[in-house]
Design a protein around this ligand. Sequence first.
Ligand code: NAI
Length: 356
Amino acid sequence: MDAPILDYMQRYRFKGLHLCNDTDTGLRAVIAIHSTALGPATGGVRMWTYDSERDAIMDALRLARGMTYKYAAAGVNLGGGKAVIIGDPATGKSEALLRAFGRMIDHLGGEYQTGEDVGTTLDDMETIFTETDHVVTLPEHCGGVGDIAPATALGSVEALRACAERAWGSPDLNGRTVALQGLGAVGSHALPLLLDAGAKVIVTDIDPRRIEAHSAAHGVEAVPAGDVYDLDVDIFAPYALGGVINDDTVPRLRARVVAGSANNIFAEPHHATELERRGIVYAVDYIANSGGTILDTDRYRKGGLQRERAMRNVRRIGDRIREVFALADREQISYLEAADRLAEERIAALSGIQLI
Ligand code: NAI
C-alpha cells in the first residue's frame, strides 16, 4: 500500500501542501512547499492529466524536493517548491483558470514563486503575472530575462569541461569528439560553443528539420537518432530528454564523459553507479543545467538583475561540478550522492536546518 502523504512529508521535512480548487473556472491544483530555508519556495507549474489526485500530489511533492536540492547545489538562494494543475494543457487551459491559479499563489504571500514547466508556457506566466508578482520566468517586457536557453547551454559546456578535466587532465575540448543528442533550445546553442572550443561534433535529433538546419549551418555530420549511442566519441552530450542512460545504452556507450543539459538522464539511479564503475565521468544534471536558473533568478539578488554577474555565476558551474568530484573522492560516494550532500551542507550552513 502507498505510504500516507503526511508521513512522506514528515520524512522529507516538507513545509506544506496546498490543495487549490476554484469551482467557477474548474481549477484543481496542488502547490507543494518543500523548503524555504534559503529563500521562497520556487519551482515551475506543471499542467498534466494525472491518473489520480494522489499521483498529482506526489508529483508536486517529489518535484518540490528536487527543486530544493537544485537551487542549493547551484548556489541559488531559493527554496524548493512546485505546483501542478490537474488537466489537459491542450484543452483545459483558459485565461480565467490561469488567473485563478495566480490568485491562489498570491494568497500565499510570496512563500511560493512559480515558473514554466511541462504543459505551461511563457505566455501562461504572463497571464498568471496579472494576478501575482510571484512569477520567476517572465518575458523581457514583464521584467524577466527572456530566453534562458543560451545561459543553460553555456553552463552545461562549463560542466562538460570540468568532466573533461577529470577524464583527461585538461578542460580543453580542442580535438575532442562529441556526440550531441538534441538540437532544441539548449542543444542548438551548445553546438556553436563546442565548435568554437575546437571540438568535432556529430549531431542527432528525432526531428529531421532540426538536423538539416543545424548540420548545414555549422557543417557538422549527423547520424540517425538511434545510432548516437554507438559512436566512437570522447563525449556523449545529452540535450534531449531524460532516461537516455539505461540498460540498453550503458553497454553501448564508448564515450569517457557524459555531460549535457538533459534532466534525469539516468533511467534508474544504478545506471549512474554503472557509469562510474566503467570509468565514465558524468556531470550531475541539476548542476550542469542550472545556468538558465542562475540567470533567471539573478533579479532576486542585491541590486536587481545584473547580467554580467549572472553570467559570471553561470561560468562557475564547472567549479561546482569539480566540488562534486572532490567530495565524491573524499567520502567514497557517487557523484549523485555527493551533489545531494553538497546541497544539504549548504542549506545547513546557511540556515542551520538539517534536511536529513
Ligand atoms: P527542446 O524541446 O527545445 O529540445 C529537445 C530536442 O531534443 C528537440 O529538438 C527534440 O526533437 C530532440 N529529441 C527528443 N527526443 C530525442 C531523441 N530520442 N533523440 C534525439 N533527439 C531527441 O528542449 P530544451 O529546452 O532544449 O531542453 C533540453 C533538455 O535540457 C531537456 O531535458 C530539459 O529538461 C533540459 N533543460 C532545459 C533548460 C532550458 O533552459 N531550456 C533548463 C534546464 C534543463
